[in-house]
Write a protein that binds this ligand. Structure first.
Ligand code: G6P
Ligand code: MN
Length: 439
């Protein structure tokens, strides 16, 4: 049996992840779950829900709730990392400050993502150090913390030997939509994919050895990456902003029909259209605070009053995926998933030290990438530019360099000029005073 810690236990995602773990106890038997968060008050509410979920399945798992790193990580085998530095209040600013300059306002893409990166790199490195200090020698961190691309680069650079697997559920969520469109199971899809996190393309989609990409393309031209029956999409992606995001894929396919894009590419390819169609006063952060956040804390309040857990915390792709990957790590199954890893020649015409997102076999010693080969110039050029923005941002924070931060912003494809880059950066510096090191 294993001991597992959840870092960022106060996340609204926690109960869903716990249900997913409970559904898979046969494959990943657990003796202990430790919830760790720097905000103990918030975490204790979420843990009420998590405990109620666990109690539906078993009474043999010891549950620990703590704000102390030693208590959290001592002797654990796995750490699920899902920190959100600055919580939704800062996500709201990441989205609204750029929009006030007519620039894309998004949690991980564009200036919002760069700002979030500057908040998250050092706390992530601190977490890696705690795990190194207290956890079992072979412990793995499975990391969902965003902005994943920048976090992956920061940890690669500052803690190159960390046993951390950086993952994202967007590729697998996209596959879920593809499977619904094709009327097959997600597990039956075999895909090829290359790129950076939130910046990649599906180049092959096969079912039982048959290429279905052109069929998908036809559907996407008409309806976006959606089925009419949105209930096939899990509850989170049925929110109106996610529906819009999946519809917008039409736009990308209209211009570049070659491959199927990761939905996040819309922010880099059509920033003008995204800004025009954004509500500057009410962004995704507001939707989450008014929806997912409220629902969870309401559910906990009612449960404490009545003993009835109203919302069942359905497991979406997000919960399933992290547990799938962890089972493959734990049991050395070598299952094939899309994850982030250091390039080292997997895509020979990208830098060896780029953190790329590609298919890999997940073993106990980490991911073994499948060779991708050289990618066409257009995609390489886009990736190189985005990579430069992210790498220079990590240098900016490690060197405390304002000029490098400005370079990172200027290189980001969502930002139209150095003038706008400076204006947005300066506003974000002001807003992030409590979080960013001095630049
Ligand atoms: C997807 C992405 C995550 C991102 C999340 C935001 O799952 O892969 O990186 O954090 O969407 O979802 P939300 O529901 O919070 O807007
Ligand atoms: Mn992601």
């Amino acid at each position: 049996t294993y001991k597992l810690a959840v870092a960022g236990g106060g996340s609204t995602y926690t109960p869903g992840i716990i249900r997913s773990l409970m559904d898979r106890l046969e494959d990943l038997p657990l003796s202990e779950i430790r919830f760790y968060d720097i905000d103990g008050e918030r975490q204790s509410k979420v843990v009420v829900a998590a405990k109620a979920v666990i109690a539906e399945y078993t009474d043999t798992i010891q549950v620990v709730e703590t704000t102390d790193p030693k208590t959290a990580f001592e002797d654990v085998d796995f750490v699920f990392a899902q920190m959100r530095v600055g919580k939704y209040a800062m996500r709201e600013l990441d989205e609204k400050i750029p929009l006030s300059h007519n620039v894309v306002g998004q949690e991980t893409c564009g200036p919002g993502g760069l700002a979030y990166g500057l908040r998250t790199i050092f706390p992530m490195v601190e977490l890696v150090d705690y795990v190194d200090q207290y956890a079992k020698k072979n412990a793995w961190i499975v990391n969902y913390s965003n902005p994943a691309s920048i976090v992956a680069e920061g940890v690669r650079k500052l803690r190159p030997n960390a046993r951390i697997l950086n993952i994202c559920d967007m590729p697998v969520a996209t596959m879920r939509n593809m499977a619904a469109i094709l009327g097959v199971n997600r597990e039956d899809l075999v895909v090829d994919y290359f790129g950076l996190n939130h910046f990649g393309w599906f180049t092959k989609v096969e079912v039982n050895g048959v290429d279905r990409l052109s069929e998908l393309r036809e559907h996407v031209y008409q309806h976006g990456l959606l089925t009419e029956d949105v209930s096939k999409i899990d509850y989170r992606h049925a929110d109106s902003s996610w529906i819009k995001t999946f519809k917008n894929i039409k736009l990308i396919m209209d211009h570049f029909p070659e491959y199927l894009p990761n939905p996040y590419l819309q922010y880099y390819l059509f920033p003008d259209y995204i800004v025009e169609t954004s509500n500057k006063e009410y962004t995704r952060a507001n939707e989450v605070m008014d929806g997912r956040e409220k629902t969870l804390f309401e559910t906990v309040r009612k449960y404490e009053e009545t003993g009835i857990l109203e919302d069942a915390f359905a497991v979406g792709v997000h919960g399933t995926f992290i547990v799938d990957v962890t089972i493959s790590l734990a049991q050395n199954l070598g299952r094939r998933y899309l994850v982030m890893l250091e390039n080292n020649g997997t895509i020979p015409n990208l830098p060896a030290d780029a953190m790329i997102e590609v298919p890999a076999l997940i073993t106990s010693n980490g991911p073994i990438p499948e060779y991708v080969g050289e990618i066409p110039y257009f995609y390489k050029a886009m990736i190189d530019q985005q990579l430069a923005s992210e790498k220079i941002l990590v240098e900016a924070i490690t060197e405390g360099s304002y000029i490098k931060a400005l370079q990172a912003f200027t290189l980001n494809k969502t930002i139209p000029s150095a003038k706008v880059a400076k204006a947005v950066l300066d506003d974000l510096i002001e807003a992030n005073k409590e979080y960013w090191p001095t630049l």
